[in-house]
Design a protein. Structure first.
Length: 123
């Protein structure tokens, strides 16, 4: 049985809902707005163009995730941000609907909500 196709917006909604239900996970997503000229734009400053779709913070760290439809691909400015975040040692990846259906996203979210174990001084 094949799952129904999922759009990027549906994937985003599913992930945010899952974070709320799991608790201890905090999300941010910047939605575009319609300009007076009828174009959709997300207001950013500096090098913000291409910033990842979703940032998720939990007790065990931060996830930076770009979301794509099953056939979607990264634009050049998105590739740049993925590279910069990777170079900085951050947990950055692209999630697609197949990752939702496989359980990958839920596993990564569950790991994020577990507190990191602190090393005991002198142990």
């Amino acid at each position: 049985m094949t799952a129904e196709p999922m759009t990027e917006d549906e994937l985003l909604s599913n992930i945010i809902d899952a974070c709320r239900k799991m608790g201890r996970l905090h999300t941010v997503h910047f939605r575009p707005g319609l300009t007076q000229t009828g174009k959709w734009r997300t207001a950013v400053a500096g090098d913000g163009k291409g910033w990842v779709d979703l940032t998720i913070v939990g007790p065990a760290g931060v996830l930076f995730r770009e979301l794509k439809s099953e056939t979607g691909s990264l634009r050049p400015e998105q590739k740049q941000w993925v590279g910069w975040l990777t170079e900085a040692g951050q947990d950055v990846a692209v999630w697609k609907p197949r990752d939702w259906y496989s359980g990958r996203i839920q596993r990564e979210l569950e790991a994020l909500r577990r507190p990191a174990r602190l090393a005991v001084a002198g142990a």
